[in-house]
Design a protein around this ligand. Structure first.
Ligand SMILES: Nc1ncnc2c1ncn2[C@@H]1O[C@H](COP(=O)(O)OP(=O)(O)OP(=O)(O)O)[C@@H](O)[C@H]1O
Length: 131
């Protein structure tokens, strides 16, 4: 009897999963203008945080906000792709799925905006007043 093909080891499978995940982020970055905008905004926030010397807890908030926006945008991209696959023709439910997914990005982005205003607003204001 033929021996079943050996399954790759656990570590190799985990590493492959990471590879697929990074490939997904790369594919979304390549196709989604919004995600490139989020990348620029994240770079701006990190630069501002470094310039203002914000404390560690505020870095944690900024990191959470950036991660949440990226996560929501990636999920939105996945929903769009699946919707286009399942329902290339017009369908009210397909439209609802895309609108709700886009709404999720909007809600998270508004939360991130509030975080940005609370973290960067006061020290920027103080610098401008002090200048
Ligand atoms: N198959 C469909 N059936 C019904 N309505 C759709 C369908 N595809 C798109 N729509 C509607 O058109 C809107 C825009 O769809 P589209 O696929 O262009 O998404 P988008 O978020 O604007 O795309 P992108 O992020 O690539 O710019 C959706 O939010 C939805 O309201």
């Amino acid at each position: 009897m033929a021996k079943p093909a050996a399954r790759p080891g656990l570590l190799r499978r985990r590493l492959a999963s990471f590879g697929y995940a990074f490939r997904g982020v790369g594919a979304a970055l390549g196709s989604e203008v919004h995600l490139r905008f989020h990348a620029a905004a994240a770079a701006g926030a990190v630069g501002l945080g470094w310039y203002l010397g914000i404390p560690r807890l505020e870095w944690a908030l900024v990191a959470l906000a950036i991660g949440a926006v990226w996560g929501a945008e990636l999920l939105n991209t996945a929903v769009e792709a699946l919707t286009d696959l399942v329902s290339p023709e017009y369908h009210a439910l397909a439209g609802k799925a895309k609108d709700v997914a886009a709404g999720a990005v909007l809600v998270v982005a508004l939360g991130a905006l509030v975080v940005g205003l609370l973290v960067f607003g006061p020290p920027l204001w103080a610098r401008w007043l002090g200048a």
